[in-house]
Design a binder for this molecule. Structure first.
Ligand code: SAM
Length: 287
């Protein structure tokens, strides 16, 4: 297996910072990340942004089948050369595409066996949209993602803290997340300006009904956190999506035990669920 530095020299590809191209050059960390999927032959895995194959190579080495989505055509061409045998044997499938435009559920299903795991050293500039797109997917059971440490802190933030917000709620509702370990900027080329963290997400089972209500819960959270510093009752009232008089708003908040002065970051996930149940009857049909 060639190292990332050897491949960079051989293919002379200049990395693009604005596409989040910070290549993981430390083989111990590469292996440690891949091990979190317990890779073995007979498994299929989706990968976002394989770059020069830092994680891909370890997965293939363990006999895993990989479908990888990479936006940069230069990196795809390079991967086609380096992994020509694995592609010919059907172990690696490359898609040159923007991951945000891909149907990842469909891609997972098209593998043999269908993939139920996803891995990525994420392109940091789109961490939020990737998490928002991946966590609600139905076919996946586990995701292992490296991200900025600051984003990981937002994921694990508790109600009442400055970091607590939409991302903490999104993750809470869709997955059980575990912090795995932190990674120093020295392990990448070029080194990013921030520290990184690896996070494991085990997806939660959910019924169709739960799915519909989660969508509505997240909609309430999005409306509330759009005005993070304001009182949540006033923000939702001004939003106009729910048709309640002032007295009804106070009644709803009282009935679920939320103080009328509460701000969005003070409400635990369960309060957002209770709010969604109470507001269901008042939802305007066409907004
Ligand atoms: N997996 C490699 C590693 O660990 O060294 C590369 C990780 S690098 C942090 C992020 C990768 O995502 C880059 O290869 C970059 O080209 C790719 N990327 C950036 N934006 C993308 C997008 N919208 N869709 C798919 N891949 C993207």
């Amino acid at each position: 297996m060639k190292t990332q530095i050897e491949l960079l020299k051989e293919f002379k590809i200049a990395v693009r910072g604005h596409w989040g191209q910070h290549l993981l050059i430390d083989p111990n960390i590469q292996k440690k990340i891949v091990e979190l999927l317990h890779p073995c032959s007979g498994k299929s895995v989706l990968e976002i942004g394989p770059g020069m194959g830092a994680l891909t190579a370890w997965l293939l080495d363990r006999g895993v089948r990989v479908t990888a989505v990479e936006k940069d055509p230069r990196l795809c061409a390079m991967l086609e050369t380096v992994f020509a045998d694995k592609i010919a044997d059907g172990f690696l499938r490359l898609r040159q595409a923007d991951v945000l435009k891909e149907d990842l559920d469909q891609l997972a299903l098209s593998m043999n066996p269908p993939a139920d795991q996803i891995i990525s050293n994420l392109p940091y500039y789109i961490t939020g949209p990737i998490l928002a797109g991946v966590l609600p997917l139905k076919r996946l059971r586990r995701a292992v993602f490296m991200m900025q440490k600051e984003v990981a802190e937002r994921i694990f933030a508790k109600p009442g803290s400055r970091e607590y917000g939409r991302l903490s709620l999104l993750v809470h509702f869709f997955a059980k997340a575990y912090p795995a370990f932190d990674v120093s900027p020295k392990c990448f080329t070029p080194p990013p300006e921030v520290h990184s963290s690896v996070v494991v997400f085990d997806f939660k089972e959910r019924s169709k009904e739960q799915e519909a209500s989660l969508e509505a819960v997240l909609e309430i959270a999005a409306a509330a956190f759009a005005q993070r510093r304001k009182k949540i009752m006033g923000t939702l009232q001004r939003d106009g999506r729910w048709k309640l008089s002032k007295a009804e708003w106070i009644g709803v908040f009282e009935s679920i035990g939320i103080c009328a002065d509460a701000r969005p970051e003070e409400l635990a996930p369960e309060c957002y669920e209770a709010l969604e149940r109470s507001l269901r009857a008042f939802r305007r049909p066409h907004l």
